[in-house]
Design a protein around this ligand. Sequence first.
Ligand SMILES: *Cc1c(COP(=O)(O)O)cnc(C)c1O
Length: 490
Amino acid sequence: MNKEYYGKLIFELSRPGRKGADIPSNGCGSSLSSIPASLLREKSPSLPEVDEPTAVRHYTNMSNNNFGVDTGFYPLGSCTMKYNPKINEEMAAHSAMTALHPAAPASAVQGALEAYWNLQCALSEIGGMAAFTLNPFAGAHGELTGLMVIRAYHDSRGDEKRTKVIVPDSAHGTNPASAAVAGLKVVEVKSLADGTVDVDALAGLLDDTVAAVMMTNPNTAGLFESNVAKIADMVHAAGGLMYYDGANLNPMLGIARPGDMGFDVMHINLHKTFSTPHGGGGPGSGPVGVRTGLEKFLPNPKVVKLADGTFDIITDPDALGSVSATLGNFGVQLRALAYILSLGSEGLMEAGKLATLNANYIKESLRDLYKLPIDRVCKHEFVFDGLADKSTGVTTLNIAKRLLDYGFHAPTIYFPLLFHESLMVEPTETESKETLDRFIDAMRKIAIEAAETPDLIKDAPHNTPVRRPDDTAAALNPVVKWKDLNCEKA
Ligand SMILES: *Cc1c(COP(=O)(O)O)cnc(C)c1O
């Protein structure tokens, strides 16, 4: 690939008058004559004028500039970027599924409703919950739905002063955001030096205005909150509910259940825990589970199984309302169901153990060169606080950029906010030992380069099509589509 060319202007390939197709005249005059003048364009659309090979090469080269789980190792902590088995894609792409209309009557889509029902049952078993809705479209959407369930529960008891949600400082940013969108007040509780929730500080915040405590377990530092049962007792005694952020349930699969830990409401990110290609903001699915007694508050529409074994779609007057026009992101639901059924309960349990083993293997193989702020057995992910040797001035950002030169996607950086130089690694269960070893090798080389040739790292990446974009400008003023500059000027 011509890097210099693609590094500069990928888009200016247009030549006036060049075409990819030539439609012969049909001998009956202009076909435009049958279209009413009011519907005709006055000016040609401003589209690039290219021949077919140029168009094909443009898109193929663009795709080669992309990085995904199908091209390389992607150890992005908290986001769970794991290999997505292709059988899931086949299931979701089957025309019997893709041709369904979202507004079809229940009698015409019994198979799809059975898939929805079966997945709902599997998630209830995995989470230790009474029922699930699959309607929310993302983890954050699930959090909002779950908090709306909690509000509906307190309101149904006339307990309307409960407007406070307690969130640990290590929580994913969506937790406080969802609570705020649900109209609740967010109060932060600090973590202890070992990365777990400070139980005494939490006790001091519990009163009769607490609607819920939101927890992630294992938390974002990859640590199991061993006080969770005690915390659940305290929160319930104060009249609040326990919310479980199960975005990354991998390490718990078949081993521990949020329902058994004392949680009342939870969400799972199907696109993380149960595989779905989900880079670039979609597609997602954030089902919400509730314990017995809260089922009726789950949002409409609902899928029910009738006495004769058939399925129906109902609108429940007790529900909190709707959070989506339909029954959610069906393609992601099918992928999750295929993943769960193909692994079975034994396979799921194995996945959880391997996710944990892989994370600990990397952590232990690098702890002499990278600062390990919390020295404990981790679950599916762990956090380094940059390099052990801070004298070189090489930062976590530099390490992340240098990893790109070695052909790896960078881990999550500067999150969680518990440490200054957070570098959060989640290898997932789908990687081979050889891949983990290559990553460890690259991380060790980078630590040595940091000491010997620090400028090489501070200037990285050197081998990628784009080097260091201005992060702030890219976030505030993203240019995500082609613009005809000449058209703009006119
Ligand atoms: C990814 C994630 C979320 C949010 O999920 P989205 O689907 O991105 O909205 C919430 N909590 C945790 C812990 C996560 O990792």
